[in-house]
Design a protein around this ligand. Structure first.
Ligand SMILES: NC(=O)c1ccc[n+]([C@@H]2O[C@H](COP(=O)([O-])OP(=O)(O)OC[C@H]3O[C@@H](n4cnc5c(N)ncnc54)[C@H](OP(=O)(O)O)[C@@H]3O)[C@@H](O)[C@H]2O)c1
Ligand SMILES: CC(C)(CO)[C@@H](O)C(=O)[O-]
Length: 314
């Protein structure tokens, strides 16, 4: 049994799900909560999952990160819109020889964390997960769940497969979570954006599920064009993704059950959307490399408009 200790910063749809699986497998897990703290401290977590339901009546729940003991692996599972809290959170919770594992969607998140804890203490993971928090402490996992895990070095230079990646992967595997290791986290993040940029963005702008976007010839075309533009953005940053990856992502989505993306759920629930991490950062990286991505830029500006209206409470 692994003796590594885990802190989960953000016990929501993703952090609650993976953290609960790790605890169920016998690992020592510490959960940071905000609005759900009182409920979860008293009643624990309930996980409804396509892989089997379970509950954890008691978990190590914390309201203040300073009360969490220093951990070997600190999982960042907040929405990226809350990342301004990370400088305060991370410094006290990660052991000197520990690592921060960023499981959020988007690009350019590890460099931000590296600014706080140093570039030798950061890893990233791309989560292929469909999970929602239904209410305090109650999470519904509806599909998938595997993670592509990569180590981070300054400027996303490919890190290879490191021993600590294998250790974390073994813990996750022991909890029944599928793990693939990548030598190139930067590429894995761009590849995930091939899905997140078109579907997250268009689901909000066109008020549609993934199935609706795929069924209509015009929106399907837009999805495909946006996917190719993500490939162009990646290429401008010296990251080569084969053209056939677009077809792979289209087929992947054709096979999915109709899905309301996380950005659409945030918009419908009037919560801030992860526009900067998923759109702004890749656009700025491509721009810095001299490449303009007009369709992604158009989506970005539309989403910023809607996000600002949410902020104003309109
Ligand atoms: N859900 C998925 O299936 C999925 C799949 C792939 C990737 N992702 C990515 O994973 C990340 C997390 O998404 P999610 O769906 O898990 O979001 P979520 O359900 O909103 O969970 C985030 C949790 O963080 C908590 N939180 C926020 N600020 C906090 C603070 N200062 N202190 C303590 N807790 C705090 C929130 O608590 P409150 O209730 O108080 O707001 C919430 O419970 C995002 O980047 C998302 O894109 C999610
Ligand atoms: C792409 C996805 C719907 C399933 O892999 C999920 O990972 C997400 O919302 O990013």
């Amino acid at each position: 049994m692994s003796t590594r200790t885990y802190a989960i910063l953000g016990t929501g749809a993703l952090g609650g799900f993976y953290g609960a699986k790790l605890q169920k497998a016998g690992l020592d897990v510490h959960f940071l909560l905000r609005s759900d703290y009182e409920h979860v401290r008293k009643h624990g977590l309930v996980i409804e999952s396509v892989d089997g339901n379970f509950s954890l009546p008691q978990i190590n729940a914390y309201q203040d990160v300073k009360d969490i003991p220093q951990c070997d692996v600190v999982v960042v599972a907040l929405k990226t819109t809350q990342n301004q809290s990370l400088p305060k959170m991370l410094t006290s919770v990660v052991k000197d020889n520990g690592v921060v594992l960023v499981l959020q969607n988007g690009l350019g998140l590890e460099p931000e964390v590296a600014q706080i804890v140093g570039s030798t203490r950061v890893m990233g993971g791309l989560c292929f997960l469909c999970s929602n928090k239904l209410q305090a402490g109650h999470i519904r996992h509806v599909a998938y769940g595997h993670i592509i895990l990569g180590d981070y070095t300054s400027n996303y230079y490919p890190a290879g497969i490191t021993p600590r990646m294998q250790q974390v992967a073994n813990d996750f595997k022991s909890a029944g979570i599928g793990i693939e290791l990548t030598e190139d986290l930067f590429k894995a993040r761009w590849q995930k954006l091939v899905w997140n940029i078109p579907y997250n963005g268009l689901s909000v702008i066109l008020n549609a599920t993934t199935a609706e976007l795929m069924a209509n010839v015009y929106s399907r075309k837009l999805v495909e064009q946006l996917m190719h533009e993500v490939l162009a953005g990646a290429k401008s940053c010296n990251c080569s993704i084969v053209d056939s990856f677009v077809e792979t992502m289209l087929n992947y989505t054709d096979k999915m059950k109709p899905y309301r993306t996380s950005m659409k759920i945030d918009y419908d629930e009037r919560r801030p959307m992860e526009v900067e991490a998923i759109f702004g950062n890749p656009l700025r990286m491509a721009q810095a490399a001299g490449t303009h991505l007009p369709q992604i830029s158009c989506l970005y500006h539309q989403l910023k408009f809607l996000d600002a209206k949410l902020n104003e409470g309109v």
